[in-house]
Design a protein around this ligand. Structure first.
Ligand SMILES: NC(=O)C1=CN([C@@H]2O[C@H](COP(=O)(O)OP(=O)(O)OC[C@H]3O[C@@H](n4cnc5c(N)ncnc54)[C@H](O)[C@@H]3O)[C@@H](O)[C@H]2O)C=CC1
Ligand SMILES: CC(=O)[C@](C)(O)C(=O)O
Ligand SMILES: [Mg+2]
Ligand SMILES: [Mg+2]
Length: 355
Protein backbone atom coordinates (compact mmCIF):
# COMPACT_ATOMS: atom_id res chain seq x y z
CA UNK A 1 0.00 0.00 0.00
CA UNK A 2 1.42 3.35 -0.98
CA UNK A 3 0.80 6.50 1.04
CA UNK A 4 0.32 9.33 -1.42
CA UNK A 5 -0.02 13.01 -0.78
CA UNK A 6 -3.26 14.51 -2.10
CA UNK A 7 -3.05 18.27 -1.76
CA UNK A 8 -1.41 17.97 1.64
CA UNK A 9 -3.48 15.01 2.92
CA UNK A 10 -1.95 11.52 3.01
CA UNK A 11 -4.10 8.65 1.73
CA UNK A 12 -3.67 4.93 1.16
CA UNK A 13 -3.63 3.86 -2.46
CA UNK A 14 -3.01 0.43 -3.97
CA UNK A 15 -1.00 0.55 -7.16
CA UNK A 16 -0.57 -2.05 -9.88
CA UNK A 17 3.17 -1.95 -9.26
CA UNK A 18 2.80 -3.30 -5.75
CA UNK A 19 -0.14 -5.58 -6.61
CA UNK A 20 0.52 -6.76 -10.16
CA UNK A 21 -1.88 -8.89 -12.16
CA UNK A 22 0.17 -12.04 -11.46
CA UNK A 23 -0.49 -11.57 -7.75
CA UNK A 24 -4.21 -11.07 -8.37
CA UNK A 25 -4.29 -14.27 -10.45
CA UNK A 26 -2.52 -16.09 -7.64
CA UNK A 27 -4.98 -14.87 -4.98
CA UNK A 28 -7.99 -15.77 -7.15
CA UNK A 29 -6.73 -19.03 -8.59
CA UNK A 30 -9.09 -21.24 -6.58
CA UNK A 31 -12.07 -18.92 -6.79
CA UNK A 32 -15.03 -18.94 -9.13
CA UNK A 33 -16.04 -15.33 -9.67
CA UNK A 34 -19.73 -15.15 -10.55
CA UNK A 35 -20.77 -11.87 -12.15
CA UNK A 36 -24.51 -11.55 -11.60
CA UNK A 37 -26.11 -9.16 -14.09
CA UNK A 38 -24.88 -8.16 -17.51
CA UNK A 39 -26.04 -4.57 -17.88
CA UNK A 40 -23.38 -1.85 -17.87
CA UNK A 41 -20.84 -2.83 -15.18
CA UNK A 42 -21.36 -6.57 -15.70
CA UNK A 43 -19.85 -6.82 -19.21
CA UNK A 44 -16.96 -4.48 -18.42
CA UNK A 45 -15.97 -6.30 -15.27
CA UNK A 46 -16.62 -9.83 -16.54
CA UNK A 47 -14.75 -9.36 -19.82
CA UNK A 48 -11.78 -7.68 -18.20
CA UNK A 49 -11.53 -10.53 -15.68
CA UNK A 50 -11.84 -13.10 -18.44
CA UNK A 51 -9.07 -11.44 -20.43
CA UNK A 52 -7.01 -11.26 -17.25
CA UNK A 53 -7.17 -15.04 -16.88
CA UNK A 54 -9.58 -15.13 -13.93
CA UNK A 55 -12.06 -17.98 -13.59
CA UNK A 56 -15.18 -15.93 -14.21
CA UNK A 57 -18.74 -16.98 -14.96
CA UNK A 58 -21.80 -14.88 -15.72
CA UNK A 59 -25.26 -15.29 -14.20
CA UNK A 60 -28.07 -13.83 -16.24
CA UNK A 61 -31.72 -14.47 -17.02
CA UNK A 62 -32.11 -16.73 -20.03
CA UNK A 63 -34.16 -15.43 -22.95
CA UNK A 64 -33.05 -11.89 -22.35
CA UNK A 65 -31.18 -9.50 -24.60
CA UNK A 66 -28.27 -9.41 -22.21
CA UNK A 67 -28.00 -13.23 -22.18
CA UNK A 68 -27.54 -13.03 -25.96
CA UNK A 69 -25.02 -10.24 -25.51
CA UNK A 70 -23.03 -12.39 -23.07
CA UNK A 71 -23.00 -15.20 -25.65
CA UNK A 72 -21.85 -12.77 -28.31
CA UNK A 73 -19.11 -11.60 -25.96
CA UNK A 74 -17.76 -15.14 -25.70
CA UNK A 75 -19.44 -16.57 -22.59
CA UNK A 76 -20.55 -20.14 -23.22
CA UNK A 77 -23.94 -21.39 -21.93
CA UNK A 78 -23.43 -24.28 -19.52
CA UNK A 79 -19.72 -23.52 -19.17
CA UNK A 80 -19.26 -19.87 -18.29
CA UNK A 81 -22.83 -18.56 -18.63
CA UNK A 82 -25.66 -19.74 -16.39
CA UNK A 83 -29.09 -18.85 -15.09
CA UNK A 84 -28.68 -16.57 -12.08
CA UNK A 85 -29.34 -19.25 -9.45
CA UNK A 86 -26.91 -21.69 -10.90
CA UNK A 87 -24.20 -19.03 -11.10
CA UNK A 88 -24.92 -18.07 -7.49
CA UNK A 89 -24.49 -21.66 -6.46
CA UNK A 90 -21.25 -22.16 -8.43
CA UNK A 91 -19.61 -18.86 -7.48
CA UNK A 92 -17.31 -18.47 -4.49
CA UNK A 93 -17.22 -14.74 -5.05
CA UNK A 94 -20.55 -13.21 -6.00
CA UNK A 95 -20.26 -9.92 -7.89
CA UNK A 96 -23.68 -8.43 -7.37
CA UNK A 97 -24.01 -6.24 -10.45
CA UNK A 98 -27.74 -5.94 -10.89
CA UNK A 99 -29.12 -2.42 -10.80
CA UNK A 100 -29.38 -1.19 -7.21
CA UNK A 101 -33.17 -1.55 -7.30
CA UNK A 102 -33.09 -5.08 -8.74
CA UNK A 103 -30.63 -6.13 -6.02
CA UNK A 104 -33.43 -5.70 -3.49
CA UNK A 105 -35.75 -8.04 -5.38
CA UNK A 106 -33.21 -10.77 -5.88
CA UNK A 107 -31.68 -10.55 -2.42
CA UNK A 108 -33.54 -13.49 -0.81
CA UNK A 109 -32.22 -15.74 -3.61
CA UNK A 110 -28.67 -14.43 -3.31
CA UNK A 111 -28.67 -14.78 0.47
CA UNK A 112 -29.65 -18.42 0.19
CA UNK A 113 -26.45 -19.17 -1.71
CA UNK A 114 -24.09 -17.18 0.50
CA UNK A 115 -22.60 -20.09 2.37
CA UNK A 116 -19.72 -19.71 4.85
CA UNK A 117 -16.46 -18.42 3.36
CA UNK A 118 -17.95 -17.05 0.16
CA UNK A 119 -17.60 -13.37 -0.66
CA UNK A 120 -20.24 -10.86 -1.64
CA UNK A 121 -18.91 -8.10 -3.89
CA UNK A 122 -20.66 -4.86 -4.84
CA UNK A 123 -19.72 -1.95 -7.06
CA UNK A 124 -21.59 0.52 -4.92
CA UNK A 125 -22.15 1.12 -1.22
CA UNK A 126 -25.90 1.51 -1.81
CA UNK A 127 -27.41 -1.84 -0.81
CA UNK A 128 -25.46 -2.18 2.45
CA UNK A 129 -25.47 1.46 3.60
CA UNK A 130 -29.18 1.89 3.10
CA UNK A 131 -30.00 -1.60 4.38
CA UNK A 132 -33.07 -0.35 6.26
CA UNK A 133 -34.52 0.47 2.85
CA UNK A 134 -33.01 -2.39 0.85
CA UNK A 135 -33.20 -5.23 3.37
CA UNK A 136 -29.72 -6.34 2.28
CA UNK A 137 -28.11 -7.74 5.42
CA UNK A 138 -25.50 -10.39 4.61
CA UNK A 139 -24.81 -13.38 6.82
CA UNK A 140 -21.91 -12.87 9.26
CA UNK A 141 -19.72 -15.68 7.89
CA UNK A 142 -19.09 -14.23 4.41
CA UNK A 143 -16.73 -11.48 3.29
CA UNK A 144 -18.45 -8.33 2.05
CA UNK A 145 -16.57 -5.72 0.07
CA UNK A 146 -16.80 -3.40 -2.89
CA UNK A 147 -14.81 -2.21 -5.85
CA UNK A 148 -16.50 0.82 -7.39
CA UNK A 149 -15.02 1.90 -10.71
CA UNK A 150 -15.27 5.69 -10.87
CA UNK A 151 -16.90 5.76 -14.24
CA UNK A 152 -19.12 3.88 -16.63
CA UNK A 153 -18.65 0.14 -17.22
CA UNK A 154 -18.25 1.09 -20.86
CA UNK A 155 -15.22 3.25 -20.04
CA UNK A 156 -13.83 0.48 -17.81
CA UNK A 157 -13.79 -1.89 -20.78
CA UNK A 158 -12.60 0.68 -23.32
CA UNK A 159 -9.72 1.82 -21.15
CA UNK A 160 -8.72 -1.77 -20.43
CA UNK A 161 -8.57 -2.50 -24.16
CA UNK A 162 -6.39 0.58 -24.60
CA UNK A 163 -4.02 -0.72 -21.94
CA UNK A 164 -5.12 1.93 -19.47
CA UNK A 165 -7.06 1.58 -16.23
CA UNK A 166 -9.97 3.39 -14.62
CA UNK A 167 -9.49 4.42 -11.00
CA UNK A 168 -11.72 2.65 -8.49
CA UNK A 169 -12.61 2.92 -4.83
CA UNK A 170 -12.51 -0.18 -2.67
CA UNK A 171 -13.91 -0.90 0.76
CA UNK A 172 -14.35 -3.79 3.14
CA UNK A 173 -17.57 -4.04 5.12
CA UNK A 174 -17.05 -7.47 6.61
CA UNK A 175 -13.94 -9.65 6.83
CA UNK A 176 -15.13 -13.11 7.83
CA UNK A 177 -12.30 -15.14 6.33
CA UNK A 178 -9.35 -12.93 7.23
CA UNK A 179 -8.71 -12.74 3.49
CA UNK A 180 -11.10 -9.97 2.52
CA UNK A 181 -8.31 -7.48 1.86
CA UNK A 182 -6.34 -9.63 -0.57
CA UNK A 183 -9.55 -10.82 -2.22
CA UNK A 184 -10.92 -7.34 -2.81
CA UNK A 185 -7.65 -5.86 -4.03
CA UNK A 186 -7.09 -8.81 -6.36
CA UNK A 187 -10.60 -8.30 -7.78
CA UNK A 188 -9.98 -4.59 -8.16
CA UNK A 189 -6.92 -5.29 -10.26
CA UNK A 190 -8.65 -8.10 -12.17
CA UNK A 191 -11.61 -5.95 -13.23
CA UNK A 192 -9.23 -3.46 -14.79
CA UNK A 193 -8.72 -0.73 -12.20
CA UNK A 194 -5.74 1.57 -12.50
CA UNK A 195 -5.36 2.68 -8.91
CA UNK A 196 -7.46 1.57 -5.96
CA UNK A 197 -8.45 4.17 -3.40
CA UNK A 198 -9.44 3.08 0.09
CA UNK A 199 -12.85 4.12 1.39
CA UNK A 200 -15.83 2.67 3.28
CA UNK A 201 -19.32 1.76 2.04
CA UNK A 202 -21.01 4.84 3.43
CA UNK A 203 -18.45 7.30 2.11
CA UNK A 204 -18.51 5.64 -1.30
CA UNK A 205 -22.26 5.86 -1.73
CA UNK A 206 -22.64 9.33 -0.20
CA UNK A 207 -19.96 10.78 -2.49
CA UNK A 208 -21.21 8.87 -5.54
CA UNK A 209 -24.83 9.98 -5.12
CA UNK A 210 -23.72 13.55 -4.43
CA UNK A 211 -21.39 13.62 -7.43
CA UNK A 212 -23.86 12.32 -9.99
CA UNK A 213 -26.65 14.62 -8.72
CA UNK A 214 -24.12 17.44 -8.51
CA UNK A 215 -21.29 18.51 -10.77
CA UNK A 216 -21.04 15.30 -12.78
CA UNK A 217 -24.59 15.32 -14.10
CA UNK A 218 -27.35 17.29 -12.34
CA UNK A 219 -25.62 20.55 -11.51
CA UNK A 220 -23.86 20.80 -14.83
CA UNK A 221 -27.09 20.41 -16.77
CA UNK A 222 -28.67 23.02 -14.48
CA UNK A 223 -25.87 25.52 -15.05
CA UNK A 224 -25.90 24.90 -18.80
CA UNK A 225 -29.66 25.44 -18.91
CA UNK A 226 -29.49 28.67 -16.90
CA UNK A 227 -26.75 30.27 -19.00
CA UNK A 228 -28.38 29.14 -22.26
CA UNK A 229 -31.70 30.62 -21.16
CA UNK A 230 -30.12 33.99 -20.34
CA UNK A 231 -28.26 34.17 -23.66
CA UNK A 232 -31.38 33.25 -25.62
CA UNK A 233 -33.55 35.72 -23.74
CA UNK A 234 -31.05 38.45 -24.62
CA UNK A 235 -31.37 37.74 -28.31
CA UNK A 236 -28.43 35.40 -28.98
CA UNK A 237 -28.97 32.69 -31.56
CA UNK A 238 -29.26 29.05 -30.48
CA UNK A 239 -25.91 28.21 -32.07
CA UNK A 240 -24.13 31.06 -30.34
CA UNK A 241 -25.73 30.20 -27.02
CA UNK A 242 -24.86 26.52 -27.39
CA UNK A 243 -21.30 27.16 -28.51
CA UNK A 244 -20.59 29.47 -25.56
CA UNK A 245 -22.30 27.17 -23.07
CA UNK A 246 -21.41 23.60 -24.03
CA UNK A 247 -19.44 23.06 -27.21
CA UNK A 248 -16.42 25.15 -26.31
CA UNK A 249 -16.35 23.58 -22.86
CA UNK A 250 -16.40 19.97 -23.99
CA UNK A 251 -14.27 20.38 -27.09
CA UNK A 252 -11.66 22.88 -26.06
CA UNK A 253 -11.54 23.73 -22.39
CA UNK A 254 -12.38 20.56 -20.42
CA UNK A 255 -9.72 18.51 -22.20
CA UNK A 256 -7.22 21.10 -20.91
CA UNK A 257 -8.61 20.77 -17.38
CA UNK A 258 -8.39 16.98 -17.64
CA UNK A 259 -4.81 17.20 -18.77
CA UNK A 260 -3.39 19.68 -16.31
CA UNK A 261 -5.94 21.26 -14.01
CA UNK A 262 -8.12 24.34 -13.89
CA UNK A 263 -5.29 26.82 -13.32
CA UNK A 264 -3.61 25.57 -16.46
CA UNK A 265 -6.78 25.90 -18.49
CA UNK A 266 -7.16 29.45 -17.15
CA UNK A 267 -3.53 30.18 -18.01
CA UNK A 268 -4.20 29.14 -21.60
CA UNK A 269 -7.09 31.56 -22.02
CA UNK A 270 -6.99 35.28 -22.65
CA UNK A 271 -6.15 37.68 -19.85
CA UNK A 272 -9.67 39.05 -20.30
CA UNK A 273 -11.20 35.63 -19.71
CA UNK A 274 -8.90 34.96 -16.77
CA UNK A 275 -9.78 38.22 -15.04
CA UNK A 276 -13.50 37.58 -15.39
CA UNK A 277 -13.38 33.91 -14.46
CA UNK A 278 -11.28 34.61 -11.37
CA UNK A 279 -13.76 37.30 -10.29
CA UNK A 280 -16.88 35.22 -10.92
CA UNK A 281 -16.11 31.68 -9.78
CA UNK A 282 -16.55 32.48 -6.10
CA UNK A 283 -19.98 34.01 -6.76
CA UNK A 284 -21.05 30.77 -8.41
CA UNK A 285 -19.60 28.79 -5.52
CA UNK A 286 -21.46 30.88 -2.96
CA UNK A 287 -24.71 30.75 -4.91
CA UNK A 288 -24.63 26.97 -5.24
CA UNK A 289 -23.17 26.08 -1.83
CA UNK A 290 -26.60 25.96 -0.12
CA UNK A 291 -27.89 23.68 -2.88
CA UNK A 292 -24.95 21.31 -2.46
CA UNK A 293 -25.51 21.27 1.31
CA UNK A 294 -29.19 20.39 0.74
CA UNK A 295 -28.13 17.71 -1.68
CA UNK A 296 -25.68 16.08 0.73
CA UNK A 297 -28.31 16.19 3.46
CA UNK A 298 -30.83 14.55 1.16
CA UNK A 299 -28.33 11.77 0.43
CA UNK A 300 -27.32 11.29 4.06
CA UNK A 301 -30.88 11.12 5.36
CA UNK A 302 -31.72 8.39 2.84
CA UNK A 303 -34.17 10.53 0.89
CA UNK A 304 -32.28 10.11 -2.39
CA UNK A 305 -31.91 6.35 -2.06
CA UNK A 306 -35.59 6.00 -1.15
CA UNK A 307 -36.59 8.05 -4.20
CA UNK A 308 -34.43 5.89 -6.41
CA UNK A 309 -35.90 2.69 -4.99
CA UNK A 310 -39.49 3.94 -5.19
CA UNK A 311 -39.13 5.17 -8.76
CA UNK A 312 -37.37 2.09 -10.01
CA UNK A 313 -39.96 -0.23 -8.53
CA UNK A 314 -42.84 1.30 -10.50
CA UNK A 315 -43.89 -0.96 -13.34
CA UNK A 316 -44.11 1.88 -15.85
CA UNK A 317 -40.88 3.55 -14.73
CA UNK A 318 -38.94 2.82 -17.92
CA UNK A 319 -41.55 4.65 -19.99
CA UNK A 320 -41.64 7.58 -17.57
CA UNK A 321 -37.87 7.79 -17.61
CA UNK A 322 -37.78 7.72 -21.38
CA UNK A 323 -40.33 10.56 -21.49
CA UNK A 324 -38.09 12.68 -19.22
CA UNK A 325 -35.00 11.91 -21.27
CA UNK A 326 -36.93 12.77 -24.42
CA UNK A 327 -37.85 16.16 -22.97
CA UNK A 328 -34.16 16.84 -22.39
CA UNK A 329 -33.22 15.56 -25.83
CA UNK A 330 -35.89 17.65 -27.53
CA UNK A 331 -35.15 20.85 -25.64
CA UNK A 332 -33.93 23.63 -27.88
CA UNK A 333 -30.49 23.60 -26.28
CA UNK A 334 -29.78 19.93 -27.00
CA UNK A 335 -31.39 20.09 -30.42
CA UNK A 336 -29.11 23.02 -31.21
CA UNK A 337 -26.30 20.84 -29.88
CA UNK A 338 -27.17 18.11 -32.35
CA UNK A 339 -26.65 20.46 -35.25
CA UNK A 340 -23.51 21.98 -33.73
CA UNK A 341 -22.02 18.49 -33.28
CA UNK A 342 -22.81 17.61 -36.88
CA UNK A 343 -20.75 20.62 -37.93
CA UNK A 344 -17.60 19.34 -36.29
CA UNK A 345 -15.22 18.76 -39.21
CA UNK A 346 -14.79 15.13 -38.19
CA UNK A 347 -18.55 14.61 -38.41
CA UNK A 348 -18.57 15.69 -42.06
CA UNK A 349 -22.02 16.51 -43.41
CA UNK A 350 -24.41 18.67 -41.36
CA UNK A 351 -27.36 16.57 -40.14
CA UNK A 352 -29.88 19.24 -40.99
CA UNK A 353 -29.14 21.98 -43.46
CA UNK A 354 -32.09 24.34 -43.68
CA UNK A 355 -32.73 25.19 -47.32
N1 LIG B 1 -23.60 2.01 -14.74
C1 LIG B 1 -22.34 2.16 -14.34
O1 LIG B 1 -21.44 2.35 -15.14
C2 LIG B 1 -21.98 2.10 -12.89
C3 LIG B 1 -22.70 1.27 -12.04
N2 LIG B 1 -22.25 1.05 -10.77
C4 LIG B 1 -22.97 0.13 -9.90
O2 LIG B 1 -22.87 -1.18 -10.47
C5 LIG B 1 -24.04 -1.93 -10.17
C6 LIG B 1 -24.67 -2.41 -11.47
O3 LIG B 1 -25.13 -1.29 -12.18
P1 LIG B 1 -25.43 -1.30 -13.76
O4 LIG B 1 -24.41 -2.11 -14.44
O5 LIG B 1 -25.64 0.12 -14.15
O6 LIG B 1 -26.82 -2.08 -13.77
P2 LIG B 1 -27.93 -2.17 -14.94
O7 LIG B 1 -29.02 -1.21 -14.66
O8 LIG B 1 -27.24 -2.07 -16.24
O9 LIG B 1 -28.52 -3.63 -14.69
C7 LIG B 1 -27.71 -4.78 -14.59
C8 LIG B 1 -28.44 -6.06 -14.90
O10 LIG B 1 -29.54 -6.26 -14.04
C9 LIG B 1 -30.45 -7.08 -14.75
N3 LIG B 1 -31.75 -6.97 -14.03
C10 LIG B 1 -32.51 -5.86 -13.88
N4 LIG B 1 -33.60 -6.17 -13.15
C11 LIG B 1 -33.51 -7.48 -12.82
C12 LIG B 1 -34.31 -8.37 -12.04
N5 LIG B 1 -35.41 -7.95 -11.45
N6 LIG B 1 -33.89 -9.66 -11.91
C13 LIG B 1 -32.75 -10.09 -12.51
N7 LIG B 1 -31.96 -9.29 -13.26
C14 LIG B 1 -32.34 -8.01 -13.40
C15 LIG B 1 -30.44 -6.52 -16.14
O11 LIG B 1 -30.86 -7.49 -17.07
C16 LIG B 1 -28.95 -6.23 -16.31
O12 LIG B 1 -28.30 -7.34 -16.85
C17 LIG B 1 -24.94 -0.99 -9.38
O13 LIG B 1 -24.69 -1.20 -8.01
C18 LIG B 1 -24.46 0.39 -9.80
O14 LIG B 1 -24.73 1.39 -8.84
C19 LIG B 1 -21.09 1.60 -10.31
C20 LIG B 1 -20.35 2.45 -11.10
C21 LIG B 1 -20.81 2.83 -12.42
C1 LIG C 1 -20.88 6.15 -13.85
C2 LIG C 1 -20.99 6.39 -12.41
O1 LIG C 1 -20.08 6.16 -11.64
C3 LIG C 1 -22.25 6.96 -11.89
C4 LIG C 1 -22.49 8.24 -12.66
O2 LIG C 1 -22.10 7.25 -10.54
C5 LIG C 1 -23.42 6.02 -12.09
O3 LIG C 1 -23.68 5.62 -13.26
O4 LIG C 1 -24.07 5.67 -11.11
MG1 LIG D 1 -23.52 6.22 -9.28
MG1 LIG E 1 -20.08 6.90 -9.80
Amino acid sequence: MAKLNFGGVEENVVTREEFPLAKAQQVLKNEVVAVIGYGVQGPGQALNQKDNGINVIVGQRKNSKTWDKAVKDGFVPGETLFEIEEALQRGTIICYLLSDAAQIQLWPTVKKHLTAGKALYFSHGFGITFNEQTGIVPPKDVDVFLVAPKGSGTSLRRMFLQGRGLNSSYAIFQDATGKAKERVVALGIAVGSGYLFETDFKKEVYSDLTGERGTLMGAIQGIFAAQYQVLRSKGHTPSEAFNETVEELTQSLMPLVAENGMDWMYANCSTTAQRGALDWWKKFRDATLPVFNDLYESVATGKESQRSIDSNSQVDYREKLEAELKELRESEMWQAGKTVRSLRPENQKPAEVVA
